[in-house]
Ligand binder design. Structure first.
Ligand code: NOJ
Ligand code: CA
Length: 676
């Protein structure tokens, strides 16, 4: 039979018709947040593809965006999904943090679990949405079911299509230096592969931050941008292997009119499970000093020898400094064996239960105890992580025996170079700092530490996703460019970096930034891009339950003018609020001490000087306060006159306003003490 043109044209038309029939999406379920600010709508199209969209006060924030999972051991959960039904519930309760940026946290949400079944495979999958007035979380849940006992999740098909043009603040994901990059500000449609939190401000002024919560037994989520304003989840390499039933971490979206709404939100904490450790009062928030900055300055060494920093005599000096200034701890790096070779990204000589010869742990822990100070031991793994795990129990036992209640861990190697060795002496495979295996490693360390009443401060960590709520011995972490870059970084942290942190990294949780370098000098006496007053402000602006006085005792001795504030400023808060600020420009934070009625304000700016008119309405209206002000001198400038500094006191009430004059690269710190 000859096929004429008419016949071929008919066939093409028919094919065309079946392939491109507009797969009309039909809404299948909808949920509104408790105060009806946000709503989410789920829709399934003619191909059984699932999407969600998010509206705020009637305006679209997230345009229809795909949901789905790419499975290695079953058909992709991307098409042929059929909506079954949805269950709804709501909650409004207030819980208490054992320590934190605020004591009480209100958890008020509506929740919808939408059940789907895949027509061809019969596989069942749920999507759970939790809506707050200031954001939402959603996650996949794969229930136990016949014929499928586990899933191999190769990737997520989750997307976030931002409806309006926006500016984005982000750092690259999948690059060698983990999370330690300067933030870029670009239009959303120029974002590359990015880590979260990724912060957006739409051209209309809406603030949006995309992140995740409760990252457990799963790879971290990166964001890619297939086109335009459409972002897509990409799991850190390796994917996830999980038995059923399972849930993914929550994908979170904070949405607010202003920058303060992002900073003051409890969304990430609320999306985590409640405390599983019970009483952790053995961990006391506070400030610490340490054998640390001298190492980064190259004045002393981690390795033993002439310049060894962690010697008995030197550590004793730091204990004295801590005791004299009301600090609770002294960090010692280089106290243990294994630093003498080339440990960087190697770590195969590290011993965590054995001190070096010139560091007398027994004597020092007795001395510290007598002085009311605790030792904070350091566990740098050099990324020999399985090796560390094999020593974990002995290491924690040794630490506990010496009155240690906090350990700083470290994972120095490039991304993707973590050493995993399941059997001692067996083959070594490589893992990512934010892969599934490492997300579990961090929890193994926390759990072992908790048995010994020890808290963990991890450097080169996986990103924070609010797990401190569930495991309140995960007290702090690095996970961004910290102060160390001001010792040896090229470039150092420009003033805009610390401002950017407030609206990006710090949305995820506490950071061990290690402020307070009052000498304002890095390695080789190179200048640090900061004024003196700014170093004080950082203690209030950046939240962490442990804050280091990072500089050398002899440098603090040269700056008695800053010591009253550094001695007084607490690290545990009754409440916190961003009283003024714009993403990437400046931030003014007010916090009330958890153990007194004093308030503290910290303000920092980027490279631009600023005058800020600060209403004191956060203060108790029934009281008068003495405001102890530590500010930039009138002609201060981080480039030319960083040490220009002034301190003064004034009597104020909640009805007053203060005029802050912050120098370029500067800052201001204020302590408000109630008067009788
Ligand atoms: C990097 C950490 O961030 C830093 O604080 C530590 O001193 C070094 N690694 C050595 O472990
Ligand atoms: Ca680091």
């Amino acid at each position: 039979m000859r096929m004429g043109w008419a016949w071929i044209a008919a066939c093409v038309a028919a094919t065309w018709m079946t392939v491109s029939l507009p797969a009309v999406a039909a809404d299948v379920a909808k949920l509104e947040s408790p105060g009806r600010v946000l709503s989410v709508t789920l829709a399934v199209d003619g191909d059984g593809r699932l999407d969600y969209r998010v509206d705020r006060l009637g305006g679209e924030v997230i345009a229809p965006s795909r949901l789905g999972l790419m499975l290695g051991n079953a058909r992709a959960l991307s098409r042929y999904l059929q909506f079954e039904n949805a269950e709804r519930r709501e909650q409004d309760e207030t819980w208490e943090q054992p320590w934190g940026e605020r004591r009480l946290v209100r958890d008020r949400y509506t929740e919808m679990t939408a059940h789907f079944v895949q027509k061809r495979s019969g596989v069942r999958v749920d999507v759970v949405f939790r809506l707050y007035d200031d954001g939402l979380g959603f996650r996949y849940a794969i229930p136990a079911q016949e014929g499928l006992d586990h899933v191999e999740i190769e990737d997520e098909l989750t997307e976030f299509t931002i409806a309006e043009p926006a500016s984005a603040w982000w750092i690259p994901a999948g690059e060698w230096n983990r999370y330690e990059y300067l933030y870029q500000r670009t239009p959303l449609n120029q974002v590359g592969r990015a880590h979260t939190p990724l912060t957006l401000r739409t051209d209309a002024g809406l603030h949006v931050a995309i992140h995740e919560a409760a990252l457990v037994d799963y790879p971290g989520m990166w964001l890619t941008r297939p086109e335009g304003q459409r972002l897509r989840a990409q799991l850190a390499p390796g994917g996830a292997k999980r038995s059923l039933p399972m849930t993914t971490p929550w994908r979170s979206v904070q949405i607010s009119d202003d920058a303060a709404g992002l900073v003051d939100s409890n969304l990430i904490l609320n999306l985590n499970e409640p405390n599983r450790l019970g009483d952790v009062s053995w961990f006391k928030p506070g400030k610490y000093a340490g054998v640390w900055w001298s190492l980064h300055l190259n004045k002393e060494t981690w390795s033993t020898g002439e310049k060894h920093g962690a010697t008995t005599a030197n550590t004793r000096r730091y204990i004295d400094f801590a005791a004299d200034n009301g600090l609770i701890g002294v960090l010692v790096e280089g106290w243990n064996r294994g630093w003498d070779g080339d440990w960087f990204g190697w770590g195969r000589e590290f011993e965590f239960a054995s001190a070096s010869e010139d560091f007398d742990l027994d004597t020092l822990s007795d001395y510290a105890k007598k002085k009311g100070v605790q030792l904070i031991l350091h566990h740098e793994t050099g990324c020999a992580v399985s090796r560390y795990e094999r020593q974990l129990s002995d290491a924690m036992t040794l630490a506990e025996k010496h009155g240690v209640h906090a350990i700083k861990t470290g994972y120095v190697c490039d991304s993707g170079q973590i050493q995993r060795q399941d059997v001692e002496g067996g083959p070594i495979s490589r893992e990512w700092h934010d892969g599934q295996w490492m997300s579990n490693h961090f929890l193994r360390v926390l759990q072992e530490a908790a048995k010994h009443r020890i808290a963990i401060n991890s450097h080169e960590p996986i990103k924070d996703t609010g797990l401190r709520r569930t495991w309140p011995n995960w007290i702090s972490r690095e996970g961004a460019r910290g102060m160390e870059y001001n010792a040896w970084g090229n470039p150092k942290n420009p003033p805009s970096h610390e401002v950017n942190l407030v609206y990006t990294r710090l949305l995820s949780g506490p950071m061990d930034y290690t402020p307070g370098v009052v000498s304002l000098k890095g390695r080789g006496d190179t200048p640090i891009p900061s004024t003196l007053a700014r170093q004080l402000a950082l203690y209030v602006v950046i939240y962490s339950p442990i804050q280091m006085l990072a500089d050398l005792p002899e440098h603090y001795a040269e700056h008695p003018e800053v010591m009253p504030f550094l001695r007084a400023v607490p690290t545990d808060w009754e409440s916190s609020q961003l009283v003024a600020g714009e993403v990437g420009e400046y931030a003014v934070m007010a916090r009330r001490d958890r153990n007194s009625s004093a308030w503290y304000v910290g303000a920092i700016t980027d490279e631009h000087g600023r005058q800020i008119d600060l209403p004191l309405s956060f203060l108790d209206p029934k009281r008068k306060y003495r405001a102890e002000i530590y500010r930039d001198g009138d002609d201060a400038d981080f480039r030319s006159n960083p040490f220009a500094f002034a301190s003064e006191t004034r009597t104020v009430t909640a009805a007053d306003r203060l005029r802050l004059r912050i120098a370029p690269g500067g800052g201001e710190a204020i302590r408000f003490v109630p008067l009788r």
